[in-house]
Design a protein around this ligand. Sequence first.
Ligand code: NDP
Length: 344
Amino acid sequence: MGGYPSNEKSVAAPCAIIRPGRTNHPEEHSVTARILDGNAFRDQIYAELALEIAALSSAGIRPGLAAVLVGDNAASHLYVKSKMAACQKLGLESFLLTPAATISTAELLAVVDELNRRDDVDGILVQMPLPKQVDSKKILDAVHPDKDVDGFHPINVGHLVAGRPALVACTPSGVMEILRRGGIAIEGANAVVLGRSDIVGKPMALLLMHANATVTVCHSKTKNLPDVVRRADIVVAAMGRAAMVTRDYIRPGAAVIDVGQNVITDRAEAERIFASFPDKLETFAKKGSVLVGDVHPDVAGVAGAFTPVPGGVGPLTIAMLMSNTVKAARQRRANATGAAAARH
Ligand code: NDP
């Protein structure tokens, strides 16, 4: 990752400044941590991408992203809609393919193959989850590695492991942007990644290791989890467990990045998690649901810096998808120009 200068001037002190900020009244919550504002970082990235897109445009290139959205999953529709809207905002070409939920693996492979061949398509994303009858692994492996803007293809994963240039999974890339742009010192830091999935935990750990952090990866079998996490200067939480990381997990002053996105629909659970957050309870009362990360919001009273949910990691994931699409366009078309020049 990288390629974007960190905007050191616009950030406050790094998380080495310790502000414990505990309160004597359990019913009150205090926010002493610096908020790492994902929307602001996304806007910085979009401004930088706009310059790159303008330069490509004057060379006659308009990067294009194709999204394959199978079936009627409501959440998938929402995610893809946001991705298409981001393309439009930045002036990227976008193509939406919506095969029926009954599609077979062979038919979907043919759709991907066609997109691999199209010269106006630089990036391909196949929105997960796919229907049960479709072999998801086969589909993801069929996306050409040069167009694999989600960074899921084994070739891109292998390049990441080896520290070679690659298209890297968007969410962990976004976390690295937050850390760099947020002025969090990574080199030499103890980083703990909670979760070891292929799309978040593993690439996250590799990116942090390549940036010279000392990385510990935790999972559901890790013993003494709070003790392990308490050693961290940087915590990245990606377990899909609502508000699991509480204050007692966090070393005062640590930077806490919350990847989790959990929709709470149970009133008792909402009341337990948000006992001292009336605005969140009000949201729940209005909408019947409320979003919470994997980190309890009380952690803001002990961390040095943290990402809110919503408005933290989420906006960066789409920004990195846009960034990967522009990068894929630049690289693929440069390769094509080089090959054409070599033929003459
Ligand atoms: P997965 O379910 O694929 O992986 C969860 C990981 O967390 C597993 O490695 C699992 O361990 C570990 N885990 C589960 N429970 C515990 C526990 N009690 N203690 C320690 N580790 C545990 O999830 P994803 O990686 O896909 O997503 C993680 C979270 O990030 C979700 O909330 C998801 O919604 C969110 N997300 C947010 C994105 C964004 O843009 N903001 C994008 C992608 C995901 P084990 O391997 O042992 O099972």
